[in-house]
Design a protein around this ligand. Sequence first.
Ligand code: HEC
Ligand code: HEC
Length: 362
Amino acid sequence: MNSQDPHRQMDAVHVKLFRQFWGLVSFLVLFILLLFLYIGYFTQPATWWSEWLTAKPQPSESIASTLSTNQAEVRYWVAPDIESLNDEGQKLQLRYGRELVAHTAQYFGPNGSIEANKTNGLNCQNCHLEAGTKVFGNNYSRVAATYPKLRARSGQVEDVYKRINDCFERSLNGQALAVDSKEMQAMAAYIQFLGKDVPKGEKPPGSGFKDLAFLNRPLDPIHGESVYVDKCVSCHQADGQGLKDPNGVYTYPPLWGPLSYNQGAGLYRMSNFAKYVKWNMPLGINHDDPELTDEEAWDVAAWVNTQPRPGKDLSQDWPDIAKKPYDHPFGPYADGFSEAQHKFGPFGPIKAKLEALATGAN
Ligand code: HEC
Ligand code: HEC
């Protein structure tokens, strides 16, 4: 036989067609696969696969609906609006609560209209920015969902009234309000209203302070002083005493001295101060565009928190000394590190030791 056999010729054509067909099919399959990968990787805002890979717990539906979207695709908590309510009585109370948080000094400061000299003249809002609604501005978003809770500082279960009075007695270096007073009730109602959509036990993204990496060295107050002079003096003044308007209300609050927060206050811990300042100061900056380097934030904390300020009887604090935080500057301690290291760091080794003690690994 020869190669001109028509059967053999037909076979060869079939085989060729068959090969071309499969070539085309596999090309198409590959193409579609790559197309999907491309779409999945580059164009999907909802990165289900990355969530799946990192297995991060996601906020539940009910908070998700109250969260906003920023450019980085992180959805931060947004405060609910008092004016969207229908109950006029409730609105009045919440507006009063917000007013007390924003302008505390007018009611309880040295010339306060409700009770003078109940506080040092700071406003809650000086540290809980935008009346406690600013993302990473020490806002109140998680209070409703997490109180009452056991706090290691007091060793007690604290409700929101006790927590508010803690700030009156420490951050405002003043006296506690009566729990049944109209003012306490209004502030507590307002603070809890802000967190009303947060499910019990959850802390929404953007609550409290944004984290800040530790330095590997002790904090340096001398460097901190130069940061203060460069970046803070224009508002808080060279003597740290801030600036008052003609009515005696602070335009810029004091950072140390007799009218500042006392040694039992949250900001007296270096980590709280450094985080607050890194993500909120100089006034006007936001957590997504900080001005200070990490070193500047930590060192200015060391400068401010080594200036004179009111003391406080802390003998009842931290009944279980093993629960004292790594940067609590007063001994005795269960971890064996010195008071100096608890005040200035480096904090990494103390934190590691405390975690080991807590898990019983030591
Ligand atoms: C000088 C700064 C400062 C002032 C002024 C201040 N606070 Fe605070 N407050 C803090 C800091 C810092 C914390 C967090 C402390 C911590 O986590 O250790 C805090 C925590 C709180 C919390 C608990 C928040 C949470 O998420 O657990 C409440 C509630 C609170 N403050 C209410 C108030 C009220 C009400 C006022 C005014 C009467 C006030 N604070 C004034 C600094 C301040
Ligand atoms: C442009 C003015 C301005 C500059 C600059 C500035 N602050 Fe402030 N700071 C304020 C104001 C105003 C508040 C009170 C915020 C409010 O009530 O809304 C405040 C609040 C604070 C508070 C909490 C309230 C208190 O009195 O304890 C701290 C701490 C603080 N600033 C630290 C700093 C540090 C540190 C720097 C420098 C790195 C700095 N600030 C730079 C204006 C400024």
